[in-house]
Design a protein around this ligand. Structure first.
Ligand SMILES: [Zn+2]
Length: 136
């Protein structure tokens, strides 16, 4: 005789230590939940956490990605935006109609824009400790 189950649900077998089993059972009992339901909650919570971490690390990785995007830019040309865009360096929004600077590059690629603030920073002499050139 087969038990009726939701079609989308799957069994997941996994080996866990005795200590972990005890901890899960204890915690489930404390919350008055069946162990299996508690484990499911824990896993779902952990996944949310992983998604948050991935998002956070992607935000953190942006400066490196921006450096790559700027690798073959040889100049900046002032333009008036026709569409909304974002500064490739700081990520700040650039609204349609605003002045921005478009990167001119040797090879074709997606357009990159700089906001006025980042362009001003570019004009200033390189700050000490900027090892961008040395690391190439
Ligand atoms: Zn900027």
């Amino acid at each position: 005789m087969r038990h009726h189950r939701h079609r989308q649900e799957r069994w997941l077998h996994t080996r866990i230590s005795e200590t972990l089993e005890d901890a899960l059972k204890r915690e489930a009992r404390r919350r008055r939940l069946p162990v299996s339901l508690f484990v499911r909650h824990v896993l779902e919570g952990a996944l949310d956490l992983v998604e948050d971490l991935v998002e956070t690390s992607m935000r953190g990785a942006r400066p490196a990605a921006a450096r790559d995007a700027l690798a073959d830019v040889y100049g900046w040309q002032e333009i008036v935006l026709h569409r909304d865009a974002a500064c490739v360096r700081c990520g700040s929004g650039l609204a349609a109609g605003a002045r921005a600077h478009r990167g001119l590059r040797e090879r074709p690629g997606p357009p990159v824009f700089l906001c006025a603030g980042c362009l001003a920073r570019l004009r200033r002499p390189a700050e000490p400790g900027d090892e961008k050139e040395a690391s190439r």
